[in-house]
Design a protein around this ligand. Structure first.
Ligand SMILES: C[S@@+](CC[C@H](N)C(=O)[O-])C[C@H]1O[C@@H](n2cnc3c(N)ncnc32)[C@H](O)[C@@H]1O
Length: 257
C-alpha cells in the first residue's frame, strides 16, 4: 500500500527529477498529455499549468494515490500502467519514478513507441540506485537469519530492475524514435534523525512494511537504522548527504517533422 503522506514528506527533493525530465519535452501544443503512475497528483498539476489546452489523463494503480490525486484536483483513474493504451491524440506520455516497479516495462516502452501517433513524446525517469548502500543493506538485512523466513517472499529489487541509459536509448531508437537519455546523481541533503531510513520508507521499504506486522516492522526499522547510519553518517548539524542516481529517457516517435 502506498502512503501519499509519507511519499510527500520529501516532495521538493522527489519533485526535482520530474522537472528535469519534463524540461526536455519539446511539445508546444499537445492535444493530450498523459501521466502514468501519477501518485498524489502534485506534479501532474504542473502539466495542466504548462499545457492548459491539452486534455489531461492521469492514472495510478494505488487506490490511495488515486484518492490523493483526486483531492488535489486531478481526475485520476485507477489503472495499471501495463493496461494503458494510447488514445489516437496522445502527444505526450510521462511516467516518473514508476517503471522500476514494472519488470516488463521495456516491452511497454516499445509498444507505446509503436502505438503513439507520429511525433509524440515519451518521457520516463527511473531510479538507478539499486546497488547503492540504502538498497544493498535492506537486502542484506532481509536475507539475514533473523528476517529471512519472514521476508523470503518479498521481492526486493536488484540493480537489473532498470536498464542503463544506452540500453533504453537503443531500445527506443530501434523503434525509429529520436532519443535523449542521460543520468544524474543528485547529492541530497536530508534533515532529521534516521533521514535515509525515512526517505526509503516511502518507497523502497514499502514491500517490507507490507509483509510484516506493526511490531515486526518497527523491529526491522530498529535493525536497519544503525546499518544506514554507518553507511550515511549524519553530519554535525544533523543533516545527512544522500546520493541518488536517476536515469532519464525522453524519446520522440518517428514522423513528427
Ligand atoms: C514513486 S511514486 C511516483 C509518483 C509520481 N509519478 C511522482 O513522480 O511523484 C510511484 C507511483 O507508481 C505507482 N505504480 C507502481 N506500480 C504501478 C503500476 N503497475 N501501474 C500504475 N501505477 C503504478 C504507485 O502507486 C505510485 O503512485
Amino acid at each position: 500500500m502506498w502512503d501519499p503522506g509519507k511519499y510527500l514528506d520529501f516532495a521538493d527533493l522527489r519533485g526535482r527529477p520530474f522537472f528535469d525530465l519534463t524540461a526536455r519535452i519539446g511539445a508546444q501544443t499537445p492535444r493530450r498529455v498523459v501521466d502514468l503512475g501519477c501518485g498524489p497528483g502534485n506534479l501532474t498539476l504542473s502539466l495542466a499549468q504548462r499545457w492548459p489546452d491539452a486534455a489531461l489523463e492521469a492514472s495510478d494503480n494505488s487506490p490511495e494515490m488515486v484518492q490523493a490525486a483526486r483531492a488535489a484536483g486531478i481526475a485520476a483513474e485507477l489503472l495499471d500502467v501495463r493496461e494503458w493504451t494510447p488514445k489516437p491524440d496522445t502527444d505526450v506520455v510521462i511516467s516518473n519514478a514508476v517503471l522500476q516497479w514494472v519488470p516488463e516495462h521495456r516491452q511497454l516502452l516499445e509498444r507505446w513507441a509503436r502505438e503513439l501517433p507520429p511525433g509524440a513524446w515519451i518521457a520516463i525517469q527511473v531510479p538507478g540506485n539499486f546497488d547503492a548502500p540504502s538498497h544493498a543493506l535492506t537486502r542484506e538485512l532481509a536475507a539475514s537469519a533473523r528476517w529471512a523466513a519472514r521476508l523470503a517472499e518479498v521481492g526486493l529489487r536488484e540493480d537489473d530492475a532498470v536498464d542503463t541509459p544506452p540500453q533504453y536509448a537503443e531500445r527506443l531508437a530501434a523503434q525509429g524514435c529520436m532519443v535523449d537519455a542521460w543520468e544524474t546523481t543528485y547529492t541530497q541533503r536530508l534533515a532529521g534523525e534516521n533521514a535515509v531510513l525515512e526517505w526509503i520508507t516511502g518507497t523502497a521499504l514499502r514491500p517490507v512494511k507490507a509483509a510484516l506486522d506493526e511490531q515486526e516492522w518497527q523491529q526491522f526499522r530498529r535493525d536497519l537504522a544503525p546499518m544506514l547510519d554507518r553507511a550515511y553518517p549524519p553530519r554535525g548539524d544533523g543533516t545527512t548527504w544522500f546520493e541518488f542516481r536517476r536515469i532519464f529517457v525522453v524519446a520522440r516517435t518517428p514522423g513528427g517533422g
